[in-house]
Ligand binder design. Structure first.
Ligand code: GLU
Length: 475
């Protein structure tokens, strides 16, 4: 029996976390949550949170993806400490560590050719053995025939015993060392593998806590092999369960696993709502649902991260977003909606939106809904009618409209009270409910069947525009 080794004890050092995305695609919702948890953990403990772009896969890493990640993190207000670290730029340092490991005997050169390894695997397969490197160069001294031949550098992994990680989320997890083969650290072209690069960067950046998706748990055991060979301090690990869709399957595009930018641009969410939602995906504090930034920093800790996958629920996100819309500053919302409606250069239009916001935001769940609901303010006459509105405006509705226009025309001051009194007067004259007058008015003034309250619509459009829109429908 070999020695059993355990890691996971928390040493009293300054907390340093990091988010280490690979820029091979947009910043997806799972990545954003990993970033948030790292950010909150560092802020809660008064530590530092770093950003490392893992751009070593040259074929798949792209500049637009790097920009999308940085943009997304800024939008979510997950600011990192210090400069962004780019992994590829550190390749020489990674190679240097591999050479150090060769020198100390913790790694060795393997000259096995691709064909040889292929044959090795075929044989293992035929015998029903697990496919793994058999260590054929582990104890072999290269001879003159290896002179100038390509080689890779492999870790001389511990073969005896077992490794246990006391993960802050997964608990104690043990792997038999025999299952971890002598993995490649440096490829034959001298470039580092992902495993080596991550470990060296985490060490050099002083990372104390590695918080990431649980799809990396297996890697942690291999990474520990390198860390121990180098005699470096071991980080505390926290592998958080992945996010699943509402149907329980791993979140995919089919479930709306979009880039964070789509939550902003296409779906119209506010960053604080997305942050709050992501926080609750896999972490909880009693039954608190609405948790602002400061509160989150105060409460967040790894002990409250659940072990089972959380389910992405867009309805919950929408409800949270509705809450944050109502809390949001009207001028800020007017700016966002002005941009959507293409009127942000027009200060009168933006001001009108700001004045409309208190009534408009009461019901809306997204920026899109708000923009949709306020688009009527900027339509040019004669405004287009949607199907429902057009249908509403039959002959009897038009008679009502004609009377309403006349009564409204007589109003002295275009005030909320006067508008209400005028519409009431028309309703009473025809012995019908207020709603019966409001409906055709709404259709004529907004071209839609839903809108903010009719008195608000009249007030926001103003006398001239309101009367002109009514006249358009009577012409
Ligand atoms: N670059 C890896 C990824 O995007 C993360 C590596 C890590 O967190 O250790 O999945």
């Amino acid at each position: 029996m070999g020695a059993s080794t355990t890691t996971g004890s928390t040493a009293p050092r300054e907390v340093v976390t990091r988010f280490a995305p690979s820029p091979t695609g947009f910043l997806h919702i799972g990545g954003a949550r990993t970033a948030l948890f790292n950010w909150l953990y560092a802020r809660h403990h008064g530590g530092r949170y770093l950003l490392r772009i893992e751009d070593t896969d040259r074929a798949r890493s792209t500049q637009p993806a790097i920009e999308a990640i940085i943009d997304g993190l800024k939008w979510l207000e997950l600011d990192w400490d210090g400069e962004v670290v780019f992994q590829f730029a550190r390749a020489a340092r990674h190679a240097e560590v591999a050479q150090q490991m060769v020198a100390s005997g913790h790694a060795y050169r393997c000259y096995a050719t691709a064909a040889e390894l292929e044959a090795m695997r075929a044989e293992q397969k035929a015998k029903g053995l697990p496919l793994r490197y058999d260590g054929r160069w582990r104890d072999r001294v290269p001879g003159p025939e290896q002179e100038g031949e390509p080689f890779v550098v492999r870790l001389r992994a511990e073969r005896e015993g077992a490794t246990t990680i006391v993960d802050q989320v997964q608990g104690s997890v043990t792997v038999q060392n025999v299952e971890l083969d002598d993995m490649v650290l440096l490829r034959s072209d001298g470039t580092p593998t992902y495993m080596l690069a991550v470990v060296v960067d985490d060490h050099d950046m002083g990372v104390t806590h590695v918080i990431r998706g649980d799809d990396h748990l297996n890697n942690a055991f291999r990474q520990l092999g390198i860390i121990r060979a180098m005699g470096w301090p071991e980080p505390t690990y926290a592998h958080i369960p992945l996010i699943h869709g509402a149907d329980g399957a791993k979140l995919s595009k089919r479930h709306g696993a979009l880039g964070v930018d789509a939550y902003r641009d296409e779906l119209g969410f506010l960053p604080e709502a997305v942050d709050n939602y992501l926080l609750r995906l896999g972490w909880g504090h009693g039954d608190a649902e609405i948790i602002g930034r400061e509160q989150a920093i105060e409460w967040f800790d790894l002990a409250d991260v659940g072990r089972s996958p959380s389910r992405f629920d867009i309805k919950k996100l929408e409800n949270l977003n509705g809450h944050y819309l109502r809390e949001a500053d009207d001028a800020r919302l007017a700016g966002l909606i002005g941009a959507r409606l293409g009127v942000s250069d027009d200060s009168n239009a933006v001001d009108l939106l700001r004045r409309a916001m208190p009534v408009a935001k009461v019901r809306a769940k997204t920026i899109n809904e708000l923009a949709d609901g306020l688009g009527f303010l900027f339509r040019t006459r004669p405004i287009d009618m949607d199907e429902g509105a057009a249908k509403l405006l039959d002959d009897s509705a038009r008679q009502l409209l004609a009377r309403a226009r006349d009564v409204l025309d007589d109003i002295g001051e275009w005030s909320a009270e006067a508008l209400e009194a005028a519409v009431r007067q028309v309703a009473e004259e025809h012995s019908i409910g207020l709603g019966k007058v409001a409906q055709p008015l709404r259709a004529a003034l907004t071209g839609r069947t839903t809108s903010p309250g009719i008195f608000d619509v009249l007030a926001l459009l103003g006398r001239e525009e309101s009367l002109a829109r009514l006249s358009d429908q009577l012409a």
